[in-house]
Structures are given as C-alpha cells and as structure tokens.
Design a protein around this ligand. Structure first.
Ligand SMILES: C[S@@+](CC[C@H](N)C(=O)[O-])C[C@H]1O[C@@H](n2cnc3c(N)ncnc32)[C@H](O)[C@@H]1O
Length: 359
C-alpha cells in the first residue's frame, strides 16, 4: 500500500499546507487505531512502571507475540507516544504519558476512546451503503459498541456521580438518602444505576434499555453485587407508558440517538412526580455547524454521529437527530416537552458533554 506523493514543485503554498495536513491526518488516524490496540492488549499497563524494555521484554511481560509488539512499538515510537533509546534498544512510556493510557490510568484513560475508531470502521461498508440507499445501521451490527460505551461512561459518569453530577441539583443527595424512585433511560449495561443502588439503599432504581444484551449484563452485575433495590427492563423508550412514578430520571448520552427523541422527552416529563428532577447528559455542541468551528471535538462528534448515533436512530425508523443536535435545539425540545426550568452545566472532568438539570 502506498500513498501518492504530491508534486511539490507544482503546488501553491495553500496546496502545500493542505497536503501536509492530510499527511498529518493519515498518520494520526493510523496511530489512533494503534492506541486502541495498545489499550485492548494491555501494552500500556505493561509499560506503566516506566522501565525501559526491549520489544522481547515487553512482549514477555504482556504475554503477547513479539513480532506484533515490535511493529506496534514502531508506530508508537514514531508517533511520539513511546520514547526509544536507539543504542540500548529500549522502549519507555514517558512519565507525562502514563496517567492517560491504558485501563485504570491514574488521570482517566484517554486511550479507551480510540476504541470507537475501530468500532466505527467495522460498519464502514454498511454506512457507505446507507449513503446510497438511506436507512440505517442497527445496534446489533456494531461489534463491541456497548462494551466500549460502558468503559467510557465509567470514566465520565460513574466516577463523577457522587461528587460532581448529583450536586448539580441541590438537595438531591439528601432525597436519595431518604429514599426516592429513580430511573435511567438508555441505561446501557447499568453501571450508573448499580453504583447508585449500592450507595443509596433506601432508594429504588430502574434501568431501561432497548438492547436485551445490555439488560442481561446489568442484571448480572446487580446480582453479583447483591443489590435488591435495582431492576432492569428491556423497553423501547419510544413507547414508555405509565403515570408519574419517578422522583429522578437520568439519561446519559442517550437522547440524541433515540428513534423519537421528542416523544422520549415527553414521556420523561410525564413519568416525573411533582417536584421531580430530570438530569440529562448529552453532547456539548452548538446546533449550527458554523458555531462548532472552535469545538475541540467537533470532527469526532460529527463522525461518531454519522457512523453510529444518527444511523442507529434511522435504523429504528427514527428521525436521526444526530449527536451534534446541540444546546439550542436541546433547550427548545426540553421546553416543548414541558420542562419550564432548565439549567445547563459543564463539568471539568468531561469535555464532551453538557449536563442539563430540568424541572
Ligand atoms: C450511547 S448509549 C449510552 C448508554 C449508557 N447510558 C452509558 O452512558 O453508557 C445509548 C443507549 O441508549 C439505548 N437506546 C437507544 N435507542 C433506544 C430506545 N429506543 N429505547 C431504549 N433505549 C434505547 C441504547 O441501547 C444504548 O444503550
């Protein structure tokens, strides 16, 4: 596989800059896949103590094939992720990189998010087909989506619930301690509900999700923890029935990829008891693409939207709102669903999302 070299002497300065940018991008894109491989194989954990190692020593320590490890180290070294001592042939993970790479990284693993590149790559041909014929790619067609999502929300939601997310609604922790009814819609594998159920034994928790596979995993986790105040149900949120029964409802990154987001928001409003709170975490973007030029994660957001969030909604016959539906449209839709009092918050640990507290 080769990449055509641009004819340097025939290029204008703007063309030279642009082709340079494209070359930088193909290197970054490729490195992204190798970051995902490093995350999944445990190579970053194996390098975390900062010891310089040969490729043989690293492969032995990680229990992996040396030939593959050496090629991975080639990518990591030339991309500036790993440093290399040419004479001693030793590879080292620099101190400043260690807190961000691999599972259990001290300051939050940033390598975990690169897994989504491979998840999206797995459905590229199906997405290309949709560009021609319309329609969508369903949840079931994505390999490892729920697993990667759970790993991501462990870092953005679960670890921050107690100290950052719940305090966004004053008085909420006291109510949870006293005992209230709580729901999480689009709960995935239920980590947030199970975490709260363990912390607040007087409250009752219900997680709803479309995917039976995630519900089974959530139930298994609850059983293993011996939790009796939490239940999970495989339910399509588009048709959520019932009257006011919850004091607190969460959605974590789960409204924009719904088939019918407006209907789901209206159901949430109806399911809340008087005085209840709806806490929505969703992507931090503006509704107009022109206002997203300075958004650090905008290309990633539109990509993951096109190749996952939007398409899974379209696959359900839904509207395909997309991950970049944005704060302005979100506020209008929350108002349309009957929420009269909505405040928005950014939390320092989570650069990708906004938190809406709705009453
Ligand atoms: C992006 S994931 C977020 C999962 C979880 N809240 C988290 O933070 O890890 C969106 C979730 O919404 C669920 N979902 C999508 N459409 C749904 C629907 N119509 N009814 C119920 N759940 C749905 C998906 O199965 C998926 O688990």
């Amino acid at each position: 596989m080769t990449i055509d070299a641009p004819q340097a002497d025939a290029l204008t300065p703007a063309e030279t800059a642009f082709t340079g940018k494209l070359i930088e991008m193909i290197n970054h894109g490729a490195t992204g896949l190798m970051l995902s491989v490093g995350h999944r194989t445990g190579l970053f954990e194996a390098m975390r103590d900062g010891r310089g190692m040969t490729s043989e020593q690293l492969a032995h320590r990680a229990g992996l094939n040396e030939r593959y490890v050496r090629e991975w180290l080639g990518a990591m070294t030339t991309a500036g992720i790993v440093s290399f001592d040419r004479d001693a042939r030793l590879y080292t993970l620099p101190e400043a990189h260690r807190p961000f790479l691999g599972r259990g990284a001290a300051k939050g693993s940033m390598s975990s998010m690169f897994q989504f590149l491979a998840v999206l790559g797995g459905v590229e041909s199906r997405i290309v087909e949709c560009f021609h014929k319309g329609g969508g790619v369903s949840y079931a067609e994505f390999e490892r989506f729920h697993e990667c999502m759970a790993e991501e929300s462990e870092q953005t939601v679960v670890v921050a619930l107690d100290d950052a997310i719940l305090p966004l609604a004053p008085g909420l922790i006291a109510r949870l301690e006293a005992g209230i009814a709580v729901a999480d819609i689009g709960c995935g594998i239920g980590k947030a509900m199970n975490h709260l159920a363990a912390r607040f034994p007087n409250s009752h928790f219900t997680g709803f999700d479309l995917c039976e596979e995630t519900i089974l995993l959530a139930q298994l986790d609850a059983r293993e923890q011996g939790l009796e105040n939490v239940r999970f149900a495989a339910v399509d949120a588009t048709g959520l029935a019932g009257d006011a029964q919850f004091d607190l409802i969460f959605t974590f990154d789960a409204v924009h990829d719904q088939a019918e987001p407006a209907a789901v928001l209206a159901h949430i409003r109806r399911l809340l008891k008087p005085g209840g709170v709806y806490l929505m975490q969703d992507i931090d973007a503006a509704s107009d693409v022109a206002d997203n030029m300075d958004n650090l994660l905008a290309p990633f957001t539109y990509t993951i939207s096109c190749m996952h969030c939007m398409t899974v909604s379209l696959a359900q016959g839904g509207q395909g709102l997309g991950a970049a539906w944005g704060e302005q449209l979100a506020l209008a839709m929350l108002k349309g669903a009957g929420f009269a009092d909505v405040t928005t918050h950014r939390l320092p640990h989570d650069i990708q999302n906004l938190y809406y507290v709705c009453r």
